[in-house]
Ligand binder design. Sequence first.
Ligand SMILES: [Zn+2]
Ligand SMILES: [Zn+2]
Length: 761
Amino acid sequence: MKTFHIHFNGIVQGVGFRPFVYQSALRFGLKGWVNNTNDGVHIVFNASPELAQNFYEFLLANLPPLAVVTEKKLEKYPPGNFDDFQIIESEGKTQPQLLITPDVALCRDCRQELYDPADRRYRYPFITCTNCGPRYSIITSLPYDRPNTTMAEFKMCDVCLDEYNNPLERRHFSQTNSCPDCAVEMQWYENGQIIENFTDLNKVIDYWNQGKIIAVKGIGGYLLTCDATNPQAVETLRQRKNRPAKPFALMYPGLESLKKDVILSPAEEQQLATRHAPILLLPVKQPPHHTLALNLITKGLNKIGAMLPYTPLMDLLLSAFGKPIVATSGNISGSPIIHADESAIKELSHIADALLMNNRYITVPQDDGVEQKSIYGKHIITLRRSRGKAPIYIHPTLQPKQSVLGTGAMLKSVFGFSHRGKIYMSQYLGDTSEYESQESYEKVFRHLEKILQPQFDAVVSDLHPGYFTTDFALQISRKYSVPHFQIQHHLAHFLSVLGENDLLETDEPVLGVVWDGTGLGTDGHIWGGEFFAYQPGREIERIAHIGTFKHILGDKMVREPRISALSVLSEYAPGKISLLQNKFNDSEWENYPKIIRQSQLLSTSMGRLFDVVASILNLTDIHSYDAEASIRLENLAWQYFSKKDIDFRLSYLIDELPENFTEFITGQILEDLFTGAEKSLIAARFHLSLARYIFLVAEKYNYKYIAFSGGVFQNAVLTGLILKIFEKTAKKLYFHKELSPNDEGIGFGQIIYGLQKLKAL
Ligand SMILES: [Zn+2]
Ligand SMILES: [Zn+2]
C-alpha cells in the first residue's frame, strides 16, 4: 500500500466535484481525503499502484456533467495513515489559478423536482443543485465556497444543511442551496412601493395578460418582459425603452412551443438546450402558430432571437403563461444589462409597470448570449458571448506562463487576460464610447482582478488613440509598470482566429480573410475588407483588399449607409449618382460631393460595402441600430436561399478576379437593378460573389489554409456559402468557434500578440 496524490484543475469548483470524488472513493474502498483549493482539487489516498491508476482513470471517465479538467496528474505522495475517506476544508491561501465556473441553466433533475408536488422544493423559484444555478454572477472571491458568494448571508435550514453535509446527496456542498424554509425572497416593486416576501407569481401572469411590462431579475441582471402576442404591449416597450427598431429577443415556455413558430434543425435544438442556454436567431414559420406581434418584434426581419427559460423562476412564469414573452436586457441603449436593485428601480421603473426583484445579489452584469447557425453546414456563430460562457475560455493547448491583458476594442468591448496558464475572457461589456459601459467595464475588471490577482507582464490595446480601451490599457500598464503594446485592429482579429484554431505554429501559410466595419489601418486609412498572409516568425502581410473609396464625416458615415453609397458611386459610377438624390436634402446633395472630392481618407471597409448595397436597394439609408444595413441585406439574401438552392453560377464573379472588387460589384449590382432584377436575387448574388471572391483569392495566391474573422462573418448566409463553395476542395477553413468573429474576439488576438512580443524581447 502506497500513498498517492491526484490533482485536477479546470472547471472543478461549484460543479459537485468533491462529492463525486468522495462517492467514487467509497466505491473503490479507498481511504484518504479530497479538498478544494485555489489551484483546483487535490485527492490523497492509499492504494496499490494498480488501483491508484484505475481510480484515476475512473474519475476522468466519469466526471460530473459541468466539470472540465484542463490539468491533471497522478503522483506518489509522502506516506500517510487514514481511517476513512473525508472531504476536508477548502484552503484559500495560495494564489488563485483556477477557472471560475460560469452560470448554468436549470438542470433536468431540478426542473423535475420543481414540478413535483411531493418534492419539498415544489414550485420554489430558486431551486438549484451542484449541476445548475448561478456561479460567476454570485462569486465574490475564490475558492468557490458559500462564504465567498452572495449566498453567504442566507442561512441554510436544518434540512438543507443536512443535504449540504451529506456526501451522498446531489446537493452536497451545493453553495447555492436553499429551499422554501430558508428561501431567497422576492420583492415586488410598483409605484414607488416595495412589497417584501412576495410569492404571488400569478400577479406577473395577470400583468402580462393586461399588456403590462415587468422587469424580472434573472441571473445576469434585469430582463424587461411583456406578452409577445400583444402588439400594444410590445409597442409600449419600444417607446418607453426608446428602441425604435432593433429586434427584441423572445423567451418561449419550452421547445415544443418554440417549434410551432420557428424552423429548427437538430443542431439548433441541441444548442438551445446547452447549459449556457443562449438566444438563437431562428427563421420564423409563415405564419407562426402564436399570433406574435412580429412586425414590432423583428421590424421586418425573418428571424427571431429565441431562448428557453434558464432560471426556475422564468420556467415557472412561462409555463403558467403558456405563450412566448419578449425578454430584452433591461439597460440603457448600448450599455450592459442593469444588475443592481437600486439602479433597476432608478432606471427601469419608468419603463416597466412593475419590478419582480429578489434578495440574491448579482456581483457582475451579464447579458444573454446570442448565436446563430450558418445556412449551410452546422457551424454555430457566436454573436455575443456572455452569460453561461464568461469569464473563461478553455483553449485546447494554449497554457501561457506569462500574464497579458488585452483590453479589446470599442463597440463590442470584452477584455481578456492570460493568468497562470489559463485564459479569462470577460462577458460582453457593451459600447465603451458610452459612460455607463465604461463604468461597467472597469467594475468587471476590478472584480476579476481582485478574485484572481493577476500579475500582468504586458498590456495590449488597439492602435486607435481615441478608444476608452486604449486609455485603460495605458492606465493598467502604469499601475503594473509593464509594457503597453498596441496592435492594429484587423491584425488582432487575424491573430484571434489563428490562436483559437491553434495555427500560430503551423507549417502551412494561412490566408486571413478579415472583414468588418471600421478599423484604423497601419497606413492611417480605414481598413475592413482585408486579405492577410500569416507564417510563423514573419510579419503578417496585407496581400489584398477591396477597392478603396473615400471615407468622410467620421462616424456619421458608419451610421448612414447612404453616405457610403454616395462615396462609392461618386468614385466608380458617377453617371448613376442621381439614383441616390432623393436620399439627401438639397444642402447635403450640394455639399457631400465636395467633401468627398476633398477627402484624403480612404476606406476598404467591407461593412461599408454592405451599406452601399443596402442603400442602393433602399433597405437602409440611416441606421437605427448598429450594422442594421448588413443585417437587412443578409436577411434579404436569406429569403432567397430559403426557397432556392445555392447555385454559384448566379455569382457576379465567375472565373476572373477583378482588379477592383468594389468597382466590379457596384457596376454589376447597378446593372441588375436597372434591368429590374428582384432585390432578393441581387442580395443573393452579392453574397454568392463574396464567397466566390474569397475562393478566387485563395486560388490565385495558392493558399490551403484560410481563416476568417471580423464582424462580417457573423453573417449566417455568407458563412454558409463559404462552407459550401470550398466543400469539395482540399482547402481547410478556420472560423471562430468559441469566440465571436466580431470585435468581442479582439481582446484574445491582443493577448496572443502580447505573448509573442514578450517572447521576442
Ligand atoms: Zn439542478
Ligand atoms: Zn432550506
